[in-house]
Design a binder for this molecule. Structure first.
Ligand SMILES: [Zn+2]
Length: 282
């Protein structure tokens, strides 16, 4: 498939990654599922996409300072789904007028940049923006309705991964941001939290990166990998647990990895009373 895309029209919307992604997707009205990210990049002045074994980085974008054209290199040691995400991420750097190459050769991005960049430095902010662009393009918001409308369930996040050919981890991150319910996702290894993905509206949490996983359902007895969505002790998760119900569902993966979905139902009137109790004259 050869695509014809108008790069100037996309870049004219400015530097907001979501607006850039939307402007790109507006030129692809027929999409329904797997987004052809390779062809999209090649239609937007990316000369080539190479797959090479990379050891210290996850991907890079080679370009001059004017970004007139570029070349993307992705990691042969990563899954095809991760490589698709990396291409989207590098394209996010390429199309964003505010992103300036981090070295004379262009942009080099490590795994942490792609998954959970932390900090407020300019470089880290740009990594977050490249991620926002990548996921917005790879899972167009206009196609997500049927996945994020039913009650919260990691099965539905897995369906996003399959339909759009992205990693389950990226799909879960997308799921908690687009679902109508108040959700967060906790990614763990051997019971320790690798990172938490949560929208701003999700309440303040107690356990964080490096801590032990909070209360969660035990592995199913039938040997399957996905638990039910069970109510757990809110105080094990939330800074202000009063008037809140917390439900957790855990997907037990290979090699000690797990994903726990958290859903919070909160009585907001009661929360205000807890945080700011009425004061009476003595
Ligand atoms: Zn990057």
């Amino acid at each position: 498939m050869t695509l014809a895309l108008d790069r100037i029209a996309i870049e004219s919307v400015g530097s907001d990654p979501v607006a850039l992604a939307r402007a790109l997707l507006d030129q692809l009205p027929g999409l329904d599922g797997r987004v052809p990210i390779d062809e999209i990049a090649l239609a937007l002045d990316i000369r080539s996409i190479e797959i090479r074994p990379l050891f210290s980085i996850e991907a890079c974008l080679q370009c001059d300072s004017l970004k007139s054209e570029g070349q993307i290199v992705v990691n042969a040691r990563s899954s095809p789904q991760r490589r698709r995400y990396s291409i989207g991420h590098e394209l996010g750097h390429f199309l964003n007028e505010r992103h300036r190459p981090t070295s004379p050769k262009g942009f080099t991005c490590i795994r942490q940049d792609m998954v959970a960049p932390r900090g407020e430095e300019r470089h880290v902010r740009e990594e977050r923006q490249a991620n926002a662009f990548a996921i917005e393009v790879l899972t167009p918001r206009r196609l997500l309705g049927r996945h994020v409308t039913p009650s919260a369930d990691l099965e539905h996040a897995s369906a996003i991964a399959e339909r759009f050919d992205i990693s389950r981890e990226a799909a879960v991150r997308r799921y908690v941001h687009c679902h109508r319910d108040c959700l967060a996702a906790v990614f763990t290894h051997d019971g320790k939290i690798r990172y938490v993905e949560k929208p701003e509206r999700f309440p303040s949490m107690v356990p964080w990166t490096g801590d032990q996983l909070g209360p969660h359902p035990a592995p199913p007895r039938d040997g399957s990998s996905l638990s039910g969505l069970d109510e757990v002790h809110a105080a094990g998760w939330l800074t202000y647990p009063d008037a809140a119900q917390v439900f957790a569902q855990t997907l037990y993966q290979q090699d000690g990895h797990a994903i726990t979905l958290l859903a919070v139902e909160q009585d907001y009137d009661a929360v205000d009373k807890v945080r700011d109790p009425p004061r009476f004259r003595r």
